[in-house]
Structures are given as structure tokens and as C-alpha cells.
Design a protein around this ligand. Sequence first.
Ligand SMILES: [Zn+2]
Length: 240
Amino acid sequence: MPAPVAGRGWRRRLRREALALLGHAGPLVLVVAAAWHLPLPWNPFMPLDVRQPAGPLDRAKLRRLGDRPAACHAFLESAGQRFEPLPDRAVEAGCGWRDAVRVGGGPGLRWSPVPLTCHSAAALALWQHRVLQPQARAAFGQPVQRLEHFGSYACRDVAGTGRRSGHARARALDVAGVVLADGRRITVSSHWDGPPDAAAFLRALRDGACASVDQVLSPDHNAAHRDHLHLEQGGWRACR
Ligand SMILES: [Zn+2]
């Protein structure tokens, strides 16, 4: 009776494979269960949260927001950003944008609204919460109330090259300076080599940005950046 034997063999094989699968999946189930209970900054299942201390997974979480517009908008909302989603601008000759927002600041902080990819706006939101405002409070005992900038979107090349700038895809913001709550104005052009407190503050903004922003270029990079910090999300990494 070959048929029943074959049937029993098939069932035995299925049982064996199911057990083997469980054997392989068991450790994974344990790892997932353990990770679920990790503290928030270490927890891969928890979304990025500006109120949490920085964690080792933040960059990966930020990167994932780059191709998840709904999650990115939710993150900007949770970070108190003033923004509205923008329709895509068809990319032609290397210029245009996808998944962008018009953003004009965050809690207690304003700037002239600009189009930025949501991914870039998210990196800036993280920078505001974890670097800009804490550094301002530490250095001057007050928050920044206004960010001054030279704009975000511009259909142009990187100066002196034939390569499109991150500005051509609304991925970058050129930060020129800040105005503190008491009205004191600190700019890269006037204070990078200015009074020690302001110069140290501007360097702390640059250095701190490197934790969340992919490309951070300051006057230390070249003369084209003598009066601003170029903060760009996406593409190659730089911090100088
Ligand atoms: Zn720039």
C-alpha cells in the first residue's frame, strides 16, 4: 500500500519541518520580546521621540522617516513643528522635490517658512530639541526665539562644481544665525570668530547637528560657508 505510507511520510516530514522552524524562530521570538521591553531610546519598535534622550537607533529611525511620509508628518507633529505638506514638485534637470513640507519653526521658535523634504525637516526638529535650545539655555540662560536663514530650495549646483546641490532637492537649509529671547542676535558671519561665548555656541550648534543631520558644513569647510551652516539630510555625510 504505497499511498498511505507516502501520506504518513509527508505528515512526518511536515511535523519535522514545523519543529525545525520553531527551533529557528524561537530565539528570534525571544529577541523580539526582549527588545519590546527595552528603554525607549534603545527600543527599535518605538518611533523617534524628541522628548526622549538620544539613542543609538535615532539615525536609523530618522532615515526610515525619509520614505514614510505619514510617519514623518506624525513625527513633526509630535515635535511641535509648524508645517504643512506640499504637493510634489516634478524633478526636472535635477531640481524639484518629493514628500516635502513647508516648515516655519517649532515650539517657541520661528523662522521664515521654507519648503524642505519632510526627512530634512525631521532632522532639523531633532536638532532644535536636542541641540539648539539646550545649548542656548546652557550658554545664555534663555531659548532661541528666531532662526535666521538664507533659504532652502534653490535650483543650483554646488558652488564651483557641475554637481547639483542638496538645495536643488529641498534637502538643505542654510542657517545664518539666531535671535535669543532677549533680542540678542548671533550670526555665523559676525560671531564665528567673535566673542568666546557666541563663537563656542555656534560651534556647539554645528557639532551637535552632526548627530542627526547627514551633511553639516560650516565656515571651517570653505569660504563659500563663511556666513552660514549648511544643514542637509540625505546623501553623503560630512561634519566640518
Ligand atoms: Zn547650503
